[in-house]
Design a protein around this ligand. Structure first.
Ligand code: F6P
Length: 366
């Protein structure tokens, strides 16, 4: 059996452990394992590499992905209305693939699910630092991202204390606030802003004034996906004119429409959440405030033990699912077990932060 394997979408630590898991278990079953390079681009351009025990030796400790990644989308409509899906189907056959393991988040797995609906034997492995994939309790990449963010915040607290400043940390996570919320809880933030909860900015800045009066520094973490249009009117009118001008800017940008990626997601870095939150805090509190955009830093480096083990387990399970003919399914962590869950269910709706999590975080905004 010839089994392809690819990693698509934003990279994250844990991809190499997952590749190692699938390849090692696949070789045990007598499969020929072949890597498709740079996500779905590898299928469209037929860029492949052989995968052996030597190729995956020691990669468990490496960040990134030895296969490369991209946000190539074979179903993306071009200007003339066509897409590359027929080419993907053709190349699947040309490459002599009997099955394909796709490691990715909702976009990559969405493509795997569509291919399965067209009769191709695909199996999914969930990954994303955003932790926003349904049907799985955690995705690898998330634990490492939070660990790096917490380390950054611990460092920023030192400099905030020295300079009697407030530091705002912008964390990735797309439209789910998992990374910001967990980092904030673990690093004792004075406030956390996540996309799932309306932005009570007046309440935040009042709270920051109180805590600043006591301890003379502050740390705020804001998810890149927070929407300034999600500030309740009652809150907004209490802010200074300078801060309100920021909302007008955001409204203007929203009307124009921003840059989208190949899967139609807005490029959230363009929303300038960190700088804008810092500006609002400085306007409202009068405390010197700085911001730091963590960006891609949290996606690099060696995976944590949790991500190494989770990546390994879901990779191993994917090879077992190929052997057992469980196609159109994804290797999911449910409780302590790794089980097969339907790809179509996993990619349907994102898993966002339940509001009660925010209530727990709020206990510590003191
Ligand atoms: O989905 C993972 C993620 O890191 C998001 O948190 C972020 O919005 C996006 O990818 C950034 O994408 P890119 O690497 O294409 O800039």
């Amino acid at each position: 059996m010839r089994v392809g394997i690819l990693t698509g979408g934003g990279d994250c630590p844990g991809l190499n452990p997952a590749i190692r898991g699938a390849v090692t278990r696949g070789i045990e079953f007598g499969f020929e394992m072949v890597g498709l390079e740079e996500g779905w681009r590898g299928l469209l351009e037929m860029k492949t590499m052989p995968l052996s025990l030597e190729t995956v030796d020691s990669i468990v400790a490496q960040g990134g992905t030895i296969l490369g990644s991209s946000r190539t989308n074979p179903f993306k409509k071009k200007k003339d209305g066509s897409d590359d899906s027929e080419l993907a189907f053709e190349n699947f056959h040309k490459l002599g693939l009997d099955a394909l393991i796709a490691i990715g988040g909702d976009d990559t797995l969405g493509v795997a699910s569509k291919l399965y609906e067209k009769g191709f034997k695909t199996v999914g492995v969930p990954k994303t630092m955003d932790n926003d994939l349904s049907c799985t309790d955690y995705t690898f990449g998330f634990d490492t991202a939070v660990t790096v963010a917490v380390d950054a915040m611990d460092r920023l607290r030192d400099t905030a204390k020295s300079h009697r400043r407030i530091m705002v940390v912008e964390a990735m996570g797309r439209n789910a606030g998992w990374v910001a919320l967990w980092s904030g809880l673990a690093a004792d933030s004075d406030w956390t802003l996540i996309p799932e909860v309306p932005l009570h900015l007046k309440e935040m800045t009042d709270q920051l004034k109180d805590s600043y009066a006591r301890k003379r520094f502050g740390i705020v973490v804001a998810s890149e996906g927070v929407n300034f249009l999600n500030v309740p009117e009652s809150d907004r009118v209490q802010l200074s004119e300078k801060s309100q001008a920021i909302f007008a800017e955001v409204e203007d940008e929203a009307k124009k429409g921003g840059k989208l990626d190949n899967f139609g997601h807005p490029v959230l870095a363009e929303q300038k959440v960190g700088p804008r939150v810092a500006q609002i805090i400085e306007n409202e509190t009068g405390v010197e405030t700085r911001h730091v955009v963590l960006g891609h830093i949290v996606r690099g480096g060696s995976p944590t033990v949790f991500d190494r083990i989770l990546g390994t387990r879901v990779g191993v399970k994917a090879a077992e699912m190929v052997k057992d003919g469980e196609f159109g399914m994804m290797a999911a962590l449910q409780g302590m077990d790794v089980v097969a869950a339907p790809l179509a269910d996993a990619v349907g709706t994102n898993k966002t932060v339940p509001p009660e999590w925010f209530e727990t975080a709020k206990i510590f905004f003191k």
